[in-house]
Design a protein around this ligand. Sequence first.
Ligand code: COA
Length: 351
Amino acid sequence: MRTKIAGIGHYVPEQIVTNDQLAQYMDTTDEWIRERTGIEERRYAIKHKESTSSLGVKAAKIAIERAGITPDDIDFIIFATLSPDYYFPGCGVLLQRELGITKREAGALDIRNQCSGFVYGLSIADQFIKSGMYKNILLVGAEMHSMGLDFSDEGRAVTVIFGDGAGAVVLQPTKDENQGILTTCLHSDGTHAEELAMINPGSHGGYHLGTEKFGYPDVDVPGGVFVTQKMVDDNLLAPNMTGQLVFKTAVVKFPEVIKEALEKTGLSTDDIDILVPHQANLRISQFVQKILRLPDEKVVNNIQKYGNTTAASIPIALSEAWEAGRVKSGDLVCLAAFGSGFTWGSALIRW
Ligand code: COA
């Protein structure tokens, strides 16, 4: 028994935000952003009208329709995001409610593996399908970063990179030996957990990093305070990133985990028909392409239009490539991701 992608879809918000528009709020330029990241524009959801789960619902509806099933056929939901609607509960149940997946009261699992969330979710779904537990799993990767970015000069290195969007797939069992997920590889290294992170608000209370600096004053209650005035005043409620460390680690881990998947399946880089890397930075993808010696037509890049959409980036890119006819029956599709954690992973799929 193997797991196949039976339907795929994506949704990106209509609102386009160009580099020049961002330059109106922070000290940056179109030239700097293009040169360093390849990004030309990104999409932002309409604040107060859209949310991470609502973007996910739109992508999911397309994937469900293309799989030729109805929402009530879904027997498990996996939702990957780092920008959920609520701190809790997760987006999985909001999507379940919105899609009206009520008949089976399908389980909903939320995963928080940031940029590798989709690959992790795919691997989880693959195990559930292969074990025979579920027959129609809906896997969604969605982000609404625009709600939590720092639009001051201080946040510019992070803010210019990220965008909003969603992608979804429906996964089903197949007995066809020539189709489906061949393998997945998952890894992590928490050594640099805080180097690409949004650490406040959280339960750490300064435990890992020094109380004062991270905004937890002593308060006269037995517990802590979730959001403090100091966090707001000192701008400690935004993501932070040590860009060069992320870049240097990513260009090593991407090829490593792709080669691991190829070795596990007895295949080589020449066998790859299409590589869909997580859209972290165009320069990272170009580096990986060069190391693997893949021609341009075998690598999918759409970061120019959408920026880095984290858990949504692989399903959006895969969906676009599929719509454009770049992913055909029998093709060997390679997915690879790296990001905050650090966590990283790969998947090989015979389409
Ligand atoms: N516009 C203009 N200048 C900016 C800027 C922006 N948006 N962001 C940072 N700068 C400035 C810095 O302040 C610094 O100025 P200084 O030299 O006066 O101190 C200068 O540009 C260089 O900064 P640096 O961080 O060394 O740039 P870089 O070449 O490493 O590029 C990134 C920064 C973020 C583009 C790059 O490190 C990167 O892409 N890293 C990987 C990020 C990533 O992929 N994240 C997602 C992982 S899933």
